[in-house]
Design a protein around this ligand. Structure first.
Ligand code: HEC
Ligand code: HEC
Length: 318
């Protein structure tokens, strides 16, 4: 009996270790980068929609060139830019110019030093630790160290068009992953951009860096959106999709749209929409299996442990 119990215990421990390995090996790095990137975009929106920040971020008032005010001034991106280059990138002029530096070079910093920066070690007003928990601060550090991509040499500074790139590949990726929600022409979903309702084609032309950041990492506004980082896209694949999106119509009006009265349910559906889901579906399922497997093994191990305990207890009473 003793041998059975110790043998089973050994198996139990091995299975537990295996479960932990499977979980860590597959799920965490991308998940952390994505979390960090979405926090960088709009941490207040992500951690608590009800959280209210009053007034401007105190550092914001060190400049008076950008006229934005209120909760948006607390977002990392408002000061450091969608291209992570601050006053040396897309925000070097125009309405978003603040003079604040970028964070691109900070990816070389030591993780603890980087976390210190976010906790106000160098500048006490640059302290986000009262709002962000340890794991979120860490996700932000992981994002800054592993997620920042410099696209500037691939984007024409004047026309904002993608330089180089594979249009056919961009179209294929778009049709298989994005069209199901955004529509083949990018007009199915509208969102706010500088006080206007716009679509994907318009954003791709106006603000390629915001397009890339959110295509790669998503946004707190669309938790259901499939993102490049979880599909394992390369930096170039992100730009290929941007290149294709820059060819989509920029206006909101749909040609030949039936008037409201004539609209039938499902008429907004795009040709090939549901079918193009299959590829994404498989990828998502594989990801889910990888994570699910880890949990299943841990759960299974726990169950075996409990059964063993019961058997042992019943035997002991005889
Ligand atoms: C209101 C503007 C503002 C906001 C919001 C802001 N920063 Fe900063 N950040 C600065 C300024 C200015 C500096 C440079 C010196 C300083 O004050 O620390 C800086 C410095 C940094 C640095 C160090 C850069 C280097 O190369 O030394 C990092 C990293 C950084 N910020 C990341 C973030 C992150 C992540 C967030 C969001 C949680 C954020 N910042 C929010 C203004 C801002
Ligand atoms: C499951 C549906 C879904 C899929 C699939 C999807 N998106 Fe989205 N996407 C959304 C929603 C919803 C929003 C949020 C709109 C808003 O802000 O209200 C959004 C927002 C965006 C934004 C941000 C717009 C902004 O406000 O800056 C970009 C860029 C974007 N999507 C690109 C893509 C690309 C590229 C793909 C394909 C890789 C894709 N999306 C796939 C649903 C989806």
């Amino acid at each position: 009996m003793k041998r059975i119990i110790s043998g089973s215990l050994l198996i139990l421990i091995l299975v537990l270790i295996l479960g932990l390995l499977v979980n860590n090996g597959y799920a965490s790095p991308d998940v952390e980068i994505i979390r960090g990137a979405q926090l960088y975009d709009d941490w207040a929106k992500l951690i608590s929609p009800a959280l209210t920040l009053t007034g401007n971020h105190p550092i914001w008032d060190r400049q008076d060139t950008a006229t934005m005010s209120g909760v948006d001034t607390w977002r990392c991106v408002s000061c450091h830019g969608w291209d992570y280059k601050g006053n040396e990138g897309a925000f070097r002029s125009g309405p978003n110019y603040t003079g604040f530096p970028g964070i691109y070079a900070a990816r070389e910093m030591d993780p603890s030093e980087l976390e210190g920066t976010l906790a106000g070690v160098n500048d006490e007003l640059h302290n986000f630790s009262p709002y962000l928990g340890e794991s979120d601060l860490q996700a932000m550090v992981v994002f800054i160290q592993n997620g920042l991509i410099d696209d500037n040499e691939y984007i024409d500074p004047v026309s904002l068009k993608v330089l180089g790139g594979d249009l056919a590949n961009g179209q294929a990726l778009y049709s298989s992953t994005c069209a199901q929600c955004h529509g083949e022409d990018g007009r199915q979903i509208q969102f706010r951009y500088e006080g206007q309702d716009i679509n994907l084609g318009k954003l791709a032309g106006q603000d390629p860096w915001r397009f890339l950041h959110r295509t790669r990492f998503g946004t707190a506004r669309a938790p259901e959106m499939v993102v490049g980082a979880s599909l394992g896209w390369t930096a170039q694949e992100g730009r290929d999709v941007l290149l294709y999106a820059q060819t989509l119509p920029t206006g909101l009006e749909l040609e030949n749209t039936p008037s409201i009265g004539e609209q039938t349910p499902g008429s907004g559906e795009q040709p090939g929409g549901p079918a193009s889901n299959v590829f994404t579906g498989i990828l998502t399922a594989l990801g889910a299996i990888a994570t699910g497997l880890g949990f299943a093994i841990i759960l299974g191990a726990l169950l075996i442990g409990i059964i063993l305990l019961i058997v042992w207890f019943l035997r002991g009473r005889k």
